[in-house]
Design a protein around this ligand. Structure first.
Ligand SMILES: [Mn+2]
Length: 417
């Protein structure tokens, strides 16, 4: 028997909460605004640091990656942009306008440009944090070249992640490295156009295991703030210690107008790159709740680049990506159902139980009817994963790419993506 709830809270029953017509509308509205970017590297053969398990259908080149991203967007209707990695996706001297055209051909656009500052031998001791000014200058040049790629492809975001750090106490001056980062990021910010944003990502460890130069959101915040107004923080959900409260970080960054974007993935331990929501869907819901609550207070949704950063070693790449996108849509829609007025009332009375239940109630609401209604209105398949399997895309891609690998004399291997 449930009898202790305020009238705001219907008592939970044995089945998921159904949606009223009002909630259905709210969930559909949320779905209409929600877009999430797929990563080009998520369609290629990638693996762990120990090795890769190859898939015939994995993308060989940028054309394949954009075609696969186009397939995900065609079926889900919410992934119009694709993040690209400069070193893995662009040939030296390649015309960025031709890349933008190729993307359009596959029904997508180029999203965030990710410079690569961790693969070259020059970066053994760091890039922006290196103690040699010549290496820092080289890293900066690569980043300013990447800004030119943004302009050429029409990309809005430069997405920066640095592997920089030290592995042993005493190895480098922590304060000197901080200063090197401040100087390089400020110089890079000066190259940005008025509609271009740079995102500064953080990660506590790996590959540096003693002191990563940008180890947490506070460091990323400070560096972005010092760089200039078009620098924001990027939150990769996998880049936190397990006990860390990510939604609290999100709320603080929102309140400071410093949340630029997300790299979504799930993890059981550290940067595991597991499929979003496969381990802890409530975590993702709580993040989305903070965003919806902020939007409700401000009367306007914040501009956030929602992106996926996942690599699947075992799952078929496109299936995993569709699974991720559908999960993101579902959790975003659920979080939109929280009754913010009732939550404020419960908070004002310090009614902890009701406040928590308002979140739980939204989380356990079955949003399938909203997803179905939205997909129908967009003329999308009711079940994107089933439609992908029926399409035969995977089989055709596997046959084509197997033959092309053979003809090109390509072994499977090489770089991460
Ligand atoms: Mn990331």
């Amino acid at each position: 028997m449930f009898n202790g709830f305020s009238p705001d809270i219907p008592a939970p029953g044995p089945k998921p909460f159904p949606m009223s017509p009002k909630l259905l509308r709210r969930a559909v509205e949320a779905l209409t605004t929600f877009k999430i970017e797929t990563p080009s590297w998520g369609f290629a053969d990638t693996g762990t640091r120990f090795g890769k398990f190859f898939q015939d259908a994995a993308a060989i080149d940028l054309n394949d990656k954009l075609a696969d991203a186009g397939q995900v967007h065609a079926l889900t209707g919410c992934c119009p942009t694709v993040a690209v990695h400069v070193l893995w996706d662009f040939q030296p001297g390649q015309d960025p306008k031709a890349v933008a055209k190729l993307a359009r051909h596959h029904g997508v656009k180029i999203g965030a440009i990710n410079p690569n500052l961790f693969q070259d031998q020059d970066y053994k001791w760091g890039s922006f944090g290196h103690n040699d000014p010549a290496v820092r200058a080289r890293a900066l040049k690569h980043c300013t070249d990447s800004v030119a790629l943004m302009s050429g492809t029409g990309s809005e975001y430069l997405s920066l992640w640095f592997a920089d750090g030290t592995n042993y106490p005493g190895q480098g001056s922590i304060r000197d490295r901080k200063k090197f980062f401040e100087d390089s990021l400020r110089a890079l910010h000066a190259k940005l156009g008025p509609k271009q944003t740079m995102l500064v990502e953080y990660k506590p460890f790996e590959p540096a295991f003693y002191a990563t130069d940008i180890a947490d959101w506070g460091m990323a915040y400070l560096l972005a703030k010092k760089a200039g107004p078009r620098a924001k923080v990027l939150v990769d959900t996998g880049h936190h210690y397990v006990a860390q409260n990510i939604e609290q970080i999100v709320a603080w960054l929102l309140d400071e107008d410093m949340l630029g974007g997300f790299h979504f993935n799930d993890r059981r331990y550290a940067d595991d790159d597991l499929t979003l929501g496969s381990i802890d869907p409530y975590q993702v819901f709580r993040i989305f709740h903070e965003i919806h609550a902020f939007a409700a207070d401000r009367g306007k949704a914040p501009k956030i680049a929602y992106m996926v950063d996942q690599c699947h070693n075992e799952k078929p790449k496109i299936e995993a990506m569709i699974q991720t996108v559908v999960m993101a849509q579902e959790l975003f829609a659920k979080a939109a159902l929280v009754d913010h007025d009732a939550l404020r009332r419960a908070q004002a009375k310090n009614n902890v139980v009701d406040a928590e239940l308002l979140l739980k109630q939204a989380f356990f609401t079955d949003v399938a009817p909203a997803l179905a209604a939205w997909r129908k209105a967009q003329k999308l398949p009711a079940d994107p994963l089933a439609a992908h399997r029926r399409s035969g895309y995977e089989k055709t891609a596997a046959a084509d790419r197997r033959a092309r690998r053979k003809a090109l004399g390509l072994g499977q291997g090489g770089s991460f993506a």
